[in-house]
Each structure stands twice: as C-alpha cells, then as structure tokens.
Ligand binder design. Sequence first.
Ligand SMILES: [Zn+2]
Length: 250
Amino acid sequence: MNALWSEARVKVSHRLAMHVQLEHFRLHNAAPMVTFTFDDLPQSAATLGADILESYGARGTFYVSGALVGLDAPDWATGTADDVISLHRRGHEIGCHTFSHRRACDLDQESLAGEIARNRTYLHSLDPTMPVETFAYPFGYGSYARKHQLKSEFLTCRSIVPGVNSGEVDLQFLRAMPLIDRQMSRDRIDRALHEALSTNGWLIFYSHDVAEQPSLYGCSPDLMTYAMEAATRRGIPALTMAEAFRCARA
Ligand SMILES: [Zn+2]
C-alpha cells in the first residue's frame, strides 16, 4: 500500500474514533475535577512536575512506553525505571501507552494486544502492585478499529483533541488541553477551568517535559504552577485519571 493512501486511512480512522462513540457515558462527579497528565516520561516531569503536584497535595498520571524508558529523546532526558517506580510509590498513576510508542491506528488487533501486554509485563516487572488502568493514544492518534479492544482493556483513553469533558463523554476518546507553553496561555487555562466549574466538568491537561526552557511539547514550572494554583483557588481537586474516572462513575 502506498504511504499516502496509508496516511489517508489513518486520518479517517482517527476522525471516526473522535466522532463515533461506543457507548454513552454520563459524568456523575459531584464536583468539577482536573487531571494533570504527562506523556513519555521526560525525567523532568517525573521529578519537577511530580514535585509541583505534590506541593499541592495532588497526584498526576504519567503515560509510559516501556521501550522509551531510559532512552534519551531528542527533546529531553528520559526518566529511568527507578523514576517509574518512585512515581508509583509516591501515589502517582502510571498509565499505558503502547510499549514501543507506535500509533494505535497503525496496529491490527494482534499487534495492539501484543503492545499492551508487553507494556503491562514491563511495568509489572518494576512493581507487580502497579495498576495499569488507563491509556493515552501515542501521538494523539485515535483508532476507530481499535476502540472496542481498548475499551475492554482500560477504564479510559485520553486523546489530545482540545476541550473540557462534561455531560455525556466518550471514555475511549477523552478530550484534553495542552499544558504546553507554546500552545497555552494563562488566560486559556483560566477559561478552561471556568468552563469546568460552570459545566461540572472534567478538565484534563497533557504535557511532556517540565523545564525552565521547555521543549515545544512541554511546560515551564511557572505555567504548571499557575494552572495548579488556579485550580486550587477555584476549589477544583487534581485527581489522577483513574481516580477521576471513579468519581465520574459514582
Ligand atoms: Zn507519547
């Protein structure tokens, strides 16, 4: 199959994944919620990012691809297996990406099952008590064909399509806002939190590294602290993905 046709198929699958819901799930959380998520385990997220959350008594969700752990990326130094273990022991949630960070839309049923199983095996080899309950689409690409399969494996799947989740939501395609200096202003953070308050919604942030000079995909400690402070001021608790899901199901 030629590459152009294959990319066109990926886009259709992603758009279908975004628009076609498997089931209608209504959020039943008693109060608005916010979740801070970090993808691909930059070491700075596991240290500085986690420290900022903890200084507010909060915990976050860190989506890990086993094959990337300890492998330095072009944009950041990557955390090690010890960072994953430490995050888990400090009460953060370790979530699942695909093991080798391949996009869900490029995988058939068997290869996605293999990627998930390998990632779970890897994470459980670090600490068998680590629950691995939620998923984030690598590169943000959803897959319509794989949604049923992901639903049977995970409580939630996080996309990078912007928006605040409220009312009826798609648990296999939850919306998320970038906590990324290049893409997000303080004003937009305030507006998103305001929307979460007024709709009793669930605002999910996603980011990568946390550094004074963040990558194109990361945030500064200032921006992250601003978001944390703004949520706290409004009385919106920061919960992990799995915790927020359990509040939403209540
Ligand atoms: Zn990723």
